[in-house]
Design a binder for this molecule. Structure first.
Ligand SMILES: *Cc1c(COP(=O)(O)O)cnc(C)c1O
Length: 377
């Protein structure tokens, strides 16, 4: 059996053709024809009020932190079990991060424990829809409404996923998506900011265009453009937008394949869960599955590491993540000392299995078989 990587970028349609088209059109800087096509795609398919492509989800989160007007000392509530960018974007604005624990059933932020983390300094809550599975948004939005807080959805993993029928990314005041090569829809590096709250709409575009009102100028709304606010270069080149648009044309095909793979993992490993050997992902009844990533939760760290080693011997690359942010070298001295037991458990015991568009059924069967065998021994 050949090597099975953890992830593999893929071409599915006209990526190369569209990149050539962008170059031949004489414009490959940002906000051109392919950027507009991507924007229209997202606005039409998901009803997002306003979207802006960015060079990464990290950039979209940084834009959200600027829009939220975070001042030094403001508190932002963020799950500890997440990628560094979720927190870093707000730390760059001087925020103090209040780390929240995960739920026992899923790695998502425990919405029922949110209230006790709120102080007069709290400005925003950033939720992460882990594995594309929705957080309990009704509870979170109601809590934010009562305390006048901004909610930002880190929807990096959550394309084409829903909460009670609403697309993820459409519920918070702002949302950030990723098209990094490890996500469902890819453009190498890439991301998108979704602006749901009208108050932020005009300013988002200015921050995106280096603090200038150039986008309004190009639409002919003003006759000269200049420096009107802070900002940065958050927009991707047309080369990236061209690649992304080619992928979006096949979104349904990509989603169908990933969900099929996800279900095959689930069915293939269910007997291990029934024997109490591992925990499989839990899908709350308010959430849909977008097939973003498949994980299992082992009994303890030693067992997980042994399983990674065993799979590696069979040329299968399975990986773990995340190292709790509240215990990171950068943040441990700034954390308030609360223990986050569910975060700790996912950090030690969660294992992600290979998951990508071109993963073949027989490769997947082999992975499942090797996991079964590991637990038999
Ligand atoms: C991938 C990811 C990011 C970062 O996305 P980039 O596009 O690489 O910046 C942020 N948050 C979460 C939860 C992610 O999974």
């Amino acid at each position: 059996m050949k090597k099975i990587p953890f992830n593999k970028p893929f071409l599915i349609g006209k990526e190369v053709e569209y990149i050539a088209e962008a170059v031949k059109s004489g414009k490959i800087s940002g906000n051109g024809m392919f950027t507009k096509k991507c924007h229209e795609f997202f606005e039409q398919r998901y009803g997002f009020a306003k979207v802006l492509l960015t060079t990464s989800c990290t950039d979209a989160l940084e834009m959200a932190a600027i829009l939220t007007n975070i001042q030094p000392g403001d508190e932002v509530i963020i799950p500890s079990y997440t990628f560094v960018s979720t927190a870093n974007a707000f730390v760059l604005r001087g925020a103090k991060i209040i780390f929240a624990d995960s739920e026992a059933q899923t790695p998502n932020l425990d919405a029922s424990a949110l209230e006790e983390l709120i102080t007069p300094r709290t400005k925003a809550i950033v939720v992460v829809h882990y594995a594309g599975v929705a957080c309990d948004m009704d509870v979170i939005m109601e809590c934010a409404r009562q305390h006048d807080l901004i909610v930002i959805e880190d929807a990096a993993q959550a394309i084409d996923a829903y909460y009670k029928g609403k697309p993820l990314g459409s519920i918070g005041h702002l949302a950030a998506f990723s098209f990094h090569e490890t996500k469902n829809i890819i453009s190498g590096e890439g991301g998108m900011l979704v602006v749901n709250d009208e108050r932020f709409r005009d300013r988002a575009e200015i921050i995106w265009e280096k603090g200038t009102n150039r986008a309004a100028f190009f639409r002919g709304e003003i006759n000269k453009y200049g420096w009107v606010d802070v900002g940065s270069s958050f927009l991707p080149s047309e080369v990236i937008a061209a690649f992304l648009y080619a992928q979006l044309e096949h979104l349904e095909q990509i989603q169908e394949k990933r969900v099929t793979l996800w279900n095959q993992y689930y069915d293939g490993l269910l007997s291990l869960e029934e024997q109490g050997r591992i925990q499989l992902p839990v899908l709350p009844d308010y959430a849909t599955n977008n097939g973003h990533l498949f994980y299992i939760v082992c009994q303890n760290l030693a067992e997980r590491q042994a399983l990674i080693g065993c799979l590696k011997e069979h040329q299968i690359h399975a990986v773990f993540h995340y190292l709790s942010l509240h215990e990171s070298p950068f943040y441990q001295d700034k954390h308030d000392g609360r223990k986050l037991p569910n975060t700790a458990r996912y950090m030690d015991c969660l294992l992600r299995l290979p998951m990508y568009y071109e993963l073949e059924n027989e490769e997947q069967e082999f992975i499942i078989e090797m996991i079964q065998k590991f637990f038999e021994e």
